[in-house]
Design a protein around this ligand. Structure first.
Ligand code: PEP
Length: 253
């Protein structure tokens, strides 16, 4: 089965409104005639609507970096999936390692975020990945197994097609040290296998699994050539038009 590659730019807590306009506008312009991969930009909350306006009418989508799994009410500082959809989001990132470690988000909350987002029509990019310590202790697969098992509990079958997994080894995020193509492929095969146990082999064959962790124009093509690497979640290199566009083009083959 050929899966369409999907590249998402995670801007994290960066940009100003002027910078967001320039970056999204530049990506739009440079990808105007590009149709060989799916592309999403994930700016901070305050710039979602602005980026949505800039990319309107193009095939680029907008995604949020977080969501809170409750309907409206007394949840100061939080934003739910209905609000994200209302301002034009198609995607939301859930389970990023920075939220797991810095914000202390646990599997149970992440599972609620996944189910809440899918139930409200968003596509979820669910991040999993091991620390360096876990890799060195040979615990990569058991860690991925755990995160997938608990994070993806009880998702209705009809919502599975809206799920994307991002394999992001924590030791490769923002460190300049990417996983080798072989390490990424190996982890992706495991994730697909585990997913097939949870949701069946057909769903697993359709599942888009991105790699994330220091993806750059220099390593994108080789990572993307791996049969189970279906795209990338890009942090640092998504903050410049040139590097992000080069990664998207590498994904397009
Ligand atoms: C990320 O934030 O998901 C990420 C992979 O960051 P970087 O590309 O900077 O390593």
């Amino acid at each position: 089965m050929t899966r369409r590659k999907f590249i998402a730019g995670n801007w994290k807590m960066n940009m100003t409104s002027a910078g967001a306009r320039t970056l999204a506008g530049g990506v739009r312009e440079r990808l105007a005639n590009f149709d060989r991969a799916d592309v999403a930009l994930c700016p901070p909350f305050p710039y979602l609507a602005l980026v949505g306006e800039v990319i309107k009418g193009s095939s680029i989508a907008v995604g949020a970096q977080n969501v809170y799994p409750e309907s409206q009410g007394a949840f100061t500082g939080e934003v739910n999936a209905e609000m994200l959809a209302d301002v034009g989001c198609r995607y939301v990132i859930v389970g990023h390692s920075e939220r797991r470690t810095i914000l202390g988000e646990k599997d149970e909350l992440l599972n609620r975020k996944v189910r809440h987002s899918l139930a409200h029509g968003l596509h979820v990019i669910f991040c999993v990945g091991e620390t360096l310590e876990q890799r060195e202790a040979n615990q990569t697969e058991s860690m991925l197994d755990n995160q997938l098992t608990w994070g993806l509990r009880e998702i209705p079958a009809d919502q599975i097609p809206n799920l994307v997994i991002a394999y992001e080894p924590v030791w490769a995020i923002g460190t300049g040290r990417n996983a080798t193509a072989e390490q990424a492929q190996q982890a992706h095969v495991f994730i697909r296998w585990r997913f097939s146990q949870l949701y069946g082999s057909e769903a697993a064959q359709r599942l888009v699994i991105q790699y994330g962790g220091s993806v750059k124009p220099e390593n994108a093509a080789e990572l993307m050539r791996q049969p189970d690497v279906d795209g990338a979640l890009v942090g640092g290199a998504s903050l410049k038009v040139d590097s992000f566009v080069a990664i998207v083009q590498a994904a397009g083959g």
